[in-house]
Design a binder for this molecule. Structure first.
Ligand code: UDX
Ligand code: UDX
Length: 459
């Protein structure tokens, strides 16, 4: 099928950047991103590209270049579906918060709504592409909905999982390690391979069956997260034995079979994918009665929760076993640097624990809004919205955030933190002045020379 029009349902962290790059590299294809959230679409259409709903290095430039030419953002979902030969489903698939599989399984209600929406309005044959991360065998469910409720038009379903990481999304999209396309129809697979073929060499485009493709996405995320939990487990042992986790990571990473990436010990991984996808994997394994498999992967999450808790426990015990009434400055709220995304950020859980111990929290993050910080805490339902507002203040100036603080907790590895005037921060703080470096980004000797009581992960 010759593709001239693409529609993407879901203008989020995945849909937005992915479609922007597809549009840039395929000037002959009209790409329309639709979303039920009118406010989000309006932000994507904002004249001022610094107001786009998503912060990603390089994204604003591409949107500026393509928007209005062959990239469009709209709330007219039906119209965009009808006009396209290829439809990407890129809506969110959060962990279920109710019913069977609560807290484990992926909630597919938005994906199903999309399928029903497509079935209702489509008047010509369509290729439907699963971009959202989905449990294995979801394509079959989508196909069944399309075939049974549609108007007799033909559908081909493809699985095309996204491997981009936030903060480097554009770079990852422009130079992907691989593009994975799972499907039954060879024609449909080649149509999508041609879209990517505009900038990705064909030997990097893998063709598999649909189930392998779906499972590969969950497996890739599980393996990546597992590496972080593995090194974080070793970090705790390092703290007891005077080994240094940085040195251990370097030593093992030079073994080419292990590799050096994804071995940074931290306060624990966050983000919209790792936890959700592993829980999903665990749920699927258990539903087939594979309890050993389920337990094995579940441990990655258990260790990650432990790492977050260990960080806040350590902070409290170091501050003479109480943070009640003390000001703790948290540098960083996003789940990693170079993004404004805070989903599952370790900062949220560390803050929540400290607040339960009656700490006052001052947050500084270069890209996260005060509103977002409050929403994240309120979502946990641990205390009233008024209390959160009262106890957690957001600052646009890091020096103000740190002023009169008893301790600083570094939650995100933003580059700018390294360049702060740490002497000035020290001078403004209560003494002894503590730093808890949850990302191991500062130089211990330098901090101690200034006078800080410095502790980090795994040292
Ligand atoms: C994506 C994937 O799709 C998810 O499966 C993956 O695991 C993480 O990344 P992401 O782009 O990060 O999700 O989600 P989000 O930023 O929440 O964007 C989803 C968008 O879909 C939202 O803007 C939402 O308004 C929209 N949406 C949701 C619809 O347009 N229709 C719906 O029915 C539901
Ligand atoms: C991840 C996958 O990397 C990506 O392929 C998939 O498409 C979506 O999920 P993302 O969650 O955006 O991407 O970012 P990632 O760079 O993987 O970081 C996830 C979390 O792990 C962050 O909180 C990060 O700080 C943490 N992390 C990462 C570590 O703690 N140590 C590391 O060595 C690497």
């Amino acid at each position: 099928m010759k593709i001239t029009n693409i529609c993407c349902i879901g203008a989020g962290y995945v849909g937005g950047p992915t479609m922007a790059v597809i549009a840039k590299k395929n000037p002959h294809i009209k790409v329309t991103i639709v979303d039920i959230n009118a406010e989000r679409i309006a932000a994507w259409n904002d004249e001022d590209v610094s107001k786009l709903p998503i912060y990603e290095p390089g994204l604003a430039e591409i949107v500026k270049e393509t928007r209005g030419k062959n990239l469009f953002f709209s709330t007219e979902i039906d119209k965009a579906i009808n006009a396209s030969e290829m439809i990407f489903i890129s809506v969110n698939t959060p962990t279920k918060t109710y019913g069977k599989g609560k807290g484990m399984a992926a909630d597919l209600k938005y994906v199903e709504l999309c399928a029903r929406n497509i079935a209702e309005v489509a008047k010509s044959d369509k290729i439907v592409v699963e971009k959202s991360t989905l449990p294995v065998r979801t394509a079959q469910a989508i196909k069944s909905i399309l075939d049974n409720t549609g108007n007799g038009v033909k559908y081909s379903i493809l699985s095309n999982p996204e491997f981009l990481a936030e903060g480097t999304a554009i770079e990852d999209l422009l130079n992907p390690d691989r593009v994975l396309i799972g499907g039954e129809s060879e024609d449909a697979i080649e149509s999508l391979a041609n879209v990517y073929g505009s900038w990705v060499s064909q030997d990097r485009i893998l063709r598999t069956n649909v189930w392998s493709s779906e499972l590969s996405k969950l497996t890739a995320n599980a393996f990546l997260a597992q590496r972080i939990s593995s090194i974080n487990a070793i970090s705790e042992l390092c703290e007891k034995t005077e080994a240094n986790v940085g040195e251990v990571a370097r030593a093992i990473g030079m073994d080419s079979r292990i590799g050096s990436k994804f071995l940074n010990a931290s306060i624990g991984f966050g983000g919209s994918c790792f936890q959700k996808d592993i829980l999903n994997l665990v749920y699927i394994a258990r539903s087939y009665g594979l309890n050993e498999v389920a337990d094995y992967w579940e441990q990655v999450i258990i260790l990650n929760d432990h790492q977050k808790r260990r960080f806040s426990d350590n902070l409290i015990s170091t501050l003479y076993n109480t943070v009640s009434g003390k000001k703790i400055a948290m540098l960083g709220w996003a789940f990693k640097k170079d993004t404004n995304d805070t989903r599952e950020s370790a900062a949220i859980y560390v803050a929540d624990h400290l607040l339960s111990e009656q700490a006052h929290i001052a947050v500084y993050d270069p890209k996260v809004s005060e509103e977002r910080t409050q929403l994240d805490l309120n979502y946990l339902n641990t205390r009233s919205e008024e209390e959160n507002k009262d106890l957690v203040k957001t600052y646009s100036d890091p020096y103000e955030a740190a002023k009169d603080a008893h301790a600083i907790a570094i939650m995100t590895e933003w580059d700018e933190f390294k360049a702060f005037d740490w002497q000035k921060i020290y001078d403004g703080m209560k003494k002894p002045a503590f730093i808890f470096d949850g990302r191991n980004i500062l130089d211990q000797k330098e901090m101690e020379a200034i006078g800080f009581e410095y502790s980090s992960i795994g040292k």
